[in-house]
Design a binder for this molecule. Structure first.
Ligand SMILES: Nc1ncnc2c1ncn2[C@@H]1O[C@H](COP(=O)(O)OP(=O)(O)O)[C@@H](O)[C@H]1O
Ligand SMILES: [Mg+2]
Length: 380
């Protein structure tokens, strides 16, 4: 590649004007004027023209620099040299201008490229820094959650012992207070556990244990947990479980998925509403194939939680699986929670190779569907 330096050092005749062009030029002029003409470069090498032409006798220059020599023999040698000199001067001028333009363009490109490279390096450094911060944040959350849980477990343990009368008899009023303490402590423990789970998730260290378990049994036991709270508000929970509902998965995580969906259904359904839960075979994805093979022997086991609650508007529905997102985030909001339940549910479902989605109409209710591959599967 030509560099600016070389170009400044010397204007090379052979580089600027191809030998074939020179041959054509001196040939044509020679024939017109009736002379033998020859062109030599600066080093004295003949680059074009007649072998028969004599010794170099006229300088060829460009921008005040000698670039070669011309020779001519014949009666009109002077005229021939004049003509060749002028014609070559013009050609050199254009060629040189072209080369300068190309060089300027090349330098501009190099400059832009250098700037882009530097910009990219700055970006890479920023990304690396962000990743580092993200890791630190996740580690911090994991450590903090652990440190918060340990003392809380003691608070719960001692309060339970007191409530059971292990430290001596307690009055009904003391018992009531202890029940409140235990309830709040449990709530706090749930919150810390959720934060810890999200931190684990974000650090990419989600560990899975797998065993064959009955999804229907698991759902039944979760319904038993939520039934008292629901029936106090006149909400009926109906379970419909058809077929074999064996899932190969992590019991604790699947229990959490069921509990998340069920607690949301109870929370977001007004008094005297209705909740239905079905465990049934079906397609793995929302738009999966419905056919004879997906009837009794589905490719997946579906967990379907339907409520007659407040529903979710179209523009919010895409966000509900994001960490900490809650449709009503005002400080006066009516419903508790952290906005982590669905985030964890989604991550856990996907870790099992399944999917989760929702079908909802504001004011009418929602249907959440979580699916689990019918046979052991690798995570999606
Ligand atoms: N069954 C439901 N009906 C209406 N809205 C729901 C339902 N489930 C979830 N949502 C909306 O999605 C948000 C996120 O849910 P989730 O991650 O479980 O957080 P949380 O329950 O702690 O608020 C909720 O705050 C609520 O706005
Ligand atoms: Mg929730």
């Amino acid at each position: 590649m030509t560099t600016g330096r070389e170009l400044e050092d010397s204007i090379e005749l052979s580089r600027l004007l191809p030998a074939a062009d020179l041959e054509d030029l001196v040939g044509a002029i020679g024939r017109a004027v009736g002379c033998e003409i020859a062109v030599f470069d600066r080093q004295g090498q003949r680059v074009a023209g007649s072998e028969a032409a004599g010794a170099p006798c006229r300088e060829l220059s460009h921008d005040g620099e000698r670039v070669g020599n011309l020779a001519a023999t014949g009666t009109r040698a002077e005229d021939a040299l004049e003509l060749v000199g002028e014609a070559m001067g013009l050609l050199l001028h254009h060629a040189h201008a072209r080369e300068l333009a190309a060089m300027t363009h090349e330098q501009a490109m190099r400059h832009t490229f250098a700037e882009l490279t530097e910009h990219n390096q700055r970006l890479s450094r920023a990304v690396a820094r962000l990743e580092e911060l993200d890791r630190l944040k996740s580690n911090f959350l994991a450590t903090m959650s652990h440190e918060l849980r340990t003392p809380l477990t003691s608070v719960i343990g001692y309060a339970e012992m007191m409530a059971e009368g292990l430290a001596g008899p307690i009055s009904p009023e003391q018992k009531e207070y202890l029940t409140t303490i235990l309830g709040k402590a449990d709530q706090l423990l749930g919150l810390i556990t959720a934060v810890l789970d999200v931190a684990t998730l974000e650090s990419g260290q989600l560990a899975m244990e797998r065993s064959a378990l009955s999804l229907a049994d698991l759902v039944a036991s979760e319904i038993a947990t939520f039934a008292p709270q629901a029936s106090r508000r006149g909400i009926a929970i109906q379970l419909e479980a058809r077929c074999e509902t064996t899932v190969f998965g992590d019991r604790r995580k699947i229990r959490q998925i069921v509990s998340s969906l069920l607690s949301n259904a109870v929370k977001f359904t007004p008094d005297r509403g209705h909740i239905g839960i079905a465990v049934r075979p079906g397609p793995l994805t929302p738009h999966g194939p419905h056919g004879p093979h997906n009837g009794e022997h589905g490719e997946a086991v579906q967990l379907v939680v339907t409520d007659s609650g407040i529903g979710i508007s179209r523009d919010q529905v895409a966000k509900i699986f994001e960490p900490f997102f809650q449709v009503d985030s005002s400080s006066t909001r009516a419903f508790g929670g952290t906005g982590l339940g669905l985030t964890l549910a989604k991550a856990y479902v996907e870790a099992h190779g399944g999917r989760i989605w929702v079908d909802t109409t504001p004011g009418q209710g929602s249907t959440f569907v979580a699916t689990f591959p019918a046979s052991p599967a690798e995570p999606a």
